[in-house]
Write a protein that binds this ligand. Structure first.
Ligand code: SAM
Length: 287
């Protein structure tokens, strides 16, 4: 079954009485070049189990199942299950979990489905939870080699920005702490059904860095990063003090030890400065 053929897609969706849910970010890929490219660049190969997030009608799932040993896919929309039964009928190496990815036991799924295999994540992510999903995958320290995902162009720019620049955000710090990220290719809005208002891009994060902080330091580090970036227009002293309940004087003293001005903004700090800042601030708050 050709799942990128508009006639075929309309026929399946029509027979099942399916309407797209905007709230669930349902823009399905209809450009035949995209899914094979995501699979080939995303470690979908022998020896791998691939975790997919959001199957739609299974257009990417199928390409992953053709290449990887196993595929486990988490899809929230129950209405898609009978469609997937039909579109993935030829594959016996795919398991669908009808769950919300933010609540699913991803570690349990990986352990159960991918025993003895390496693991990678591939997805065309629902745009409304791009950053939360990526942060969840990173912070839960799952045994994954890479995350290859389609995201909206603006999200790709933020993810691939350099830490310490205006384009960066909490997610930029997250990916650079755990690994390295690069944009693979752009995807025009016409490649989807229905067509969204913006273009997209596929990025790949390789989780290749060892943690430099202890678990406690790491938790504190991400609290600092999220607090600092959630109020970007404020100085980091203001946002960290107000959101983390830490005295401004403690923040000022750490900034000054690092040779940074009191009015520093979080986006001006390099990765090394951010880590030093958060380790020192954690020590200060313990005193
Ligand atoms: N992979 C398909 C494709 O490329 O055509 C569908 C991609 S579509 C952008 C996103 C998919 O994620 C939809 O099928 C949607 O129902 C699903 N989804 C949305 N929110 C989800 C959540 N919280 N957990 C799991 N799946 C979700």
């Amino acid at each position: 079954m050709e799942l990128t053929n508009i006639g075929t897609v309309r026929d399946i969706l029509g027979r099942h009485g399916f309407n797209f849910s905007k709230g669930l970010g349902q823009n399905f890929i209809i450009n035949p070049d995209i899914c094979p490219k995501i699979a080939e660049n995303g470690n979908a190969k022998k020896g791998y189990g691939v975790l997919e997030i959001g199957t739609g009608i299974g257009v990417l799932t199928k390409e992953l199942a053709l290449r990887a040993d196993r595929v486990a896919a988490v899809e929230i929309d129950t209405r898609l299950l009978p469609i997937l039964d039909e579109t993935l009928a030829d594959f016996d190496n795919v398991k669908i979990y009808n769950e919300d990815v933010m609540k699913a036991d991803l570690r349990g799924i990986i352990e159960k489905e991918f025993a003895g295999l390496r693991c990678a994540v591939c997805a065309n992510l629902p745009y409304y939870i791009t950053s939360p999903v990526i942060m969840l995958l990173l912070e839960s320290r799952l045994p994954i080699d890479s995350i290859t995902v389609m995201v909206q162009k603006e999200a790709a720019q933020r993810l691939c920005a350099a830490v310490g620049t205006r384009e960066s955000g909490a997610i930029t710090v997250g990916v650079n702490y755990y690994g390295t990220v690069k944009q693979l290719f752009g995807v025009s809005r016409g490649s989807f059904m229905p067509s969204p208002n913006v273009d997209s891009a596929v990025i790949r994060i390789d989780l290749n860095k060892k943690s430099e902080l202890t678990e406690e330091q790491e938790k504190f580090f991400f609290r600092v990063v999220k607090a600092g970036f959630s109020q970007r227009r404020k100085t980091m002293a203001n946002s960290i003090a107000s959101l983390m309940g830490i005295g401004k004087s403690a923040v000022y003293s750490v900034l000054s030890e690092l040779g940074l001005p009191e009015a520093a903004r979080i986006e001006q700090l390099s990765m090394e400065q951010l880590m030093k800042f958060s380790v020192m601030l954690m020590e200060q708050t313990k005193e």
